[in-house]
Write a protein that binds this ligand. Structure first.
Ligand SMILES: C[S@@+](CC[C@H](N)C(=O)[O-])C[C@H]1O[C@@H](n2cnc3c(N)ncnc32)[C@H](O)[C@@H]1O
Length: 287
């Protein structure tokens, strides 16, 4: 794979793009609700039915409430996504020589911010960017792959940030890691465990397998708090059940027991406005 960096002079102008999750789908929903509401209102006027006009207004109001809920949820999330990643990676206190796994790398935000901290070390970033190229897929959450999360975009971001030489991008299922046991010093799971639904425990156990004894795990994910309710509009529940995706945000107590049951000892547990950061260590006594 081509890993040439962009010339240093271009770094200042180009900015990595890690995407704003869900914005597009929320905009599509808003447009649909506005169109539907207007349509119902027009029909109501033709029928001269106040009730139908009120129904149309209700549909429009619901669409607007959905987008306001999304905007509020984004507003209360602390800092930019890059800041969230940087603060979390800080917890790993890397010395620069580590081998780090970034599980479910997406457009590479955690891999890139980690690579910036490494000298002789390296990052292995995995994702199901091109599932057709992966031999073993145990589980892939249907909606966990926003369409712009491509390996080309991840690589482009790494090149913009001048760290592509330190990152290996590999198509791989996090539930079937093609690495020997005890390979990595640290593993980062940025917004992937919550997407694995009933596979979450297996996912963490698989990551634990490839960590060295005493290896560090960093989980950054959403948990159930008030931001969850801002985003949880009734039609989203209906849609997710229709599509058979029942991924739910875990409550804090469930996160704790999930990580511990997978064989980790929690060293740091920081919930803040919808985002939970957990630092844990591979438990010695359990293999
Ligand atoms: C919400 S995105 C997070 C991406 C990135 N870590 C970030 O924070 O921007 C979740 C990512 O996990 C990946 N993913 C989901 N299931 C996976 C699996 N079974 N194996 C590898 N990657 C997976 C998706 O393709 C997606 O890129």
């Amino acid at each position: 794979m081509e890993t040439t960096e962009f010339p240093k002079t271009m770094h200042k102008r180009l900015k990595p793009n890690y995407g704003i999750y869900y914005l597009r789908s929320y905009m599509i929903m808003l447009t649909c609700f506005l169109a539907l509401g207007l349509g119902v209102m027009v029909v109501g006027r033709e029928m001269e039915s106040t009730l139908v006009i009120i129904a149309g207004t209700g549909v429009i109001a619901y669409g607007i409430a959905t987008i306001i809920g999304w905007a509020l949820a984004r507003y209360v999330i602390p800092g930019s996504r890059t800041e969230v990643a940087q603060n979390a990676i800080e917890l790993l206190a890397l010395n620069g020589s580590e081998k780090v796994l970034d599980a479910g790398s997406g457009r590479g935000i955690f891999a890139i911010e980690t690579a910036k901290k490494l000298s002789s070390g390296s990052v292995t970033a995995i994702d199901l960017w091109e599932p057709e190229k992966v031999r073993h897929i145990r589980h892939q959450h249907k909606f966990s792959q926003p369409s712009e999360n491509t390996v080309a975009n991840a690589l482009k971001n790494a090149r913009i940030e001048g760290v592509s030489e330190k990152i290996d991008f590999i198509n791989m299922d996090v539930n079937h890691l093609d690495f020997d046991p005890d390979t990595f010093d640290s593993a980062i799971c940025g917004f992937i465990i919550g997407h694995q639904g009933e596979y979450s425990l297996n996912t963490l156990k698989e990551i634990r397998r490839v960590l060295k004894p005493g290896g560090r795990l960093l989980v950054i994910d959403n948990f159930r708090d008030f931001t969850y309710f801002l985003l949880s509009t009734p039609h989203l529940f209906v849609l997710s059940y229709l599509r058979g995706t029942k991924a739910k945000r875990l409550a804090l107590a469930n996160w704790k027991s999930l990580v511990e049951t997978a064989g980790f000892q929690i060293l740091d547990f920081k919930p803040r406005r919808g985002i939970l950061t957990i630092k844990a260590i591979k438990h010695d006594t359990k293999n």
